[in-house]
Each structure stands twice: as C-alpha cells, then as structure tokens.
Design a protein around this ligand. Structure first.
Ligand code: CTP
Length: 227
C-alpha cells in the first residue's frame, strides 16, 4: 500500500511577514503516517508550516513541506500519481488574500486609515485530485461538523468533491481527548463507526484498519468489474 497523507494548516501569505492561517497541529496526520509505516506501508506526507512531523526514526516516511494552498496543490499534482490512497487530513484554507504579486517582498505599514483585506476562495484540492485520479486510487477526506448536521454535511462534501470516503467527526470533540467518527462511502452509506468515543491515541489505528478493509473490498470490486 502506498499512502499519501496531507497534514497541518496552510499559511496564505499577506505580505513579507504576515499570513492567514489556522490552528491545525498536524497531530492526526503524523499519527496516521507512523501507524501506517509500522504496518509496512510506504508513506509520503505533505506537511504544513509548524505542524508536527512524523517520528524521524521511521525511514519509511518521506516528508515534503508546504506553506500555502497553492504549494500544497502543486505537491498533490506531483505526488498523487504515486499513491494507492490519499488521506487528506490537512486543514486547507478556504480563502486566500488578494494581494499584489510583489506583496511578499514588502511589509505593510500601519497608517491612520482603516485597511481592508480582500479574500478569494481557494480551489477545492480534493475535488481537483478526484478529477485527475485513476480508478484504482482511493481518496479520503475529512468533515469536522456540528453533531446535529454532521452526516448530512459529510454526505454533501463526499458528493461535491467526488471522493471515495469521508471521515465525519463531530466538531464538539475538537479539543477533547476522545473522538467519535463515522466513515461514509461514495453514495453516502456509512461503512464504519467508532463504538461511541475512543481515545484519540487509538484513532489512527482504527481508521487505517477500516480504510484497509474498505480498500480490499474496492480492489476486489475493481478486479471483478474488469474481468
Ligand atoms: N479541502 C480541500 N481543499 C480545500 C478545502 C478543504 O481539499 N480548499 C479538504 C480538506 O482537507 C478535508 C475536506 O476537504 O479533507 C473537507 O474540508 P472542509 O474545510 O470541511 O470542507 P470545504 O470543502 O471547505 O467545505 P465547507 O467550506 O463548506 O465546510
């Protein structure tokens, strides 16, 4: 199994020293990479700024760093063809500042006037991957959503992005030690669910078990369809 994992935040540049970012730590991506490598999978990780790196003792894990959504998009174009499965755990910015081309060479100065920052939406990277992916590749996304509307929102994202699986987590577990998850497959049907909440330290193992099993089913289906 060749596994490509994205993790951590994106930093969208505003000027030479400022950026628009988010609080993602990259912890889940690092845990997934270490767990997959310990199972003998080949792992490449695309890791955002200041995010936790997988343990350096594991030679089976290749690490590439990105800063902005545009950097991550370029890395995905380069590395997607290599993988059997993409797990998109990065917290990709939904917007990027509209700034002049040379903005990163200068620093904005404070004046007495108010300043407005214009934002434009970033491309949906998973959707782009789904448009380029081969039929034998599996694409997995995440949906962190309020519990009440979680499944409906996750189904919408799965369909909009055209990916194979989405891992839905309730927003309420974001800063907790335990996590709850439901994996939905293309079409919106749930294929696995944690037994209530489980410790976050067990989550990477649980998720890889489920995705490994789902990949085995998919590859049998794929083979049967081509026989
Ligand atoms: N994602 C992506 N490209 C983006 C934004 C998000 O590929 N520009 C990926 C994330 O890595 C995650 C999944 O899409 O795996 C869901 O991310 P989320 O931010 O919840 O979804 P959005 O597409 O941004 O939808 P919304 O803004 O409606 O929540």
């Amino acid at each position: 199994m060749r596994l490509l994992i994205t993790a951590g935040p994106t930093h969208e540049p505003i000027d030479a020293v400022r950026f628009l970012g988010n609080r993602s730590s990259g912890r889940l991506g690092a845990a997934l990479a270490e767990t997959a490598a310990s199972r003998g999978w080949d792992v490449r990780t695309l890791v955002g700024p200041h995010a936790i790196l997988p343990s350096p003792s594991s030679d089976a894990i290749e690490v590439h760093r990105f800063q902005s959504t545009a950097d991550l998009e370029a890395l995905l174009v380069e590395h997607l063809p290599w993988c059997d499965m993409l797990i998109m755990a990065a917290a990709v910015s939904d917007f990027t500042p509209v700034v002049p081309d040379d903005a990163q060479d200068t620093k904005w100065r404070r004046g007495s006037d108010e300043l407005s920052l214009q934002l434009r939406p970033t491309p949906d990277l998973l959707k782009g991957c789904a448009e380029r992916a081969r039929g034998d590749q599996l694409l997995v996304g995440f949906a962190l959503e309020p519990a009440e509307t979680m499944l409906a929102s996750a189904r919408g994202k799965l369909e909009r992005k055209g990916i194979d699986f989405i891992v839905a987590n309730p927003l309420e577990t974001m800063d907790a030690d335990r996590i709850e998850a439901t994996i939905l497959q293309r079409g919106g049907e749930p294929i696995a669910q944690t037994d209530g909440t489980i410790p976050k330290t067990d989550f990477a193992g649980w998720l890889l078990d489920q995705l490994d099993a789902a990949a085995a089913v998919r590859s049998t289906d794929h083979r049967t369809a081509h026989e």
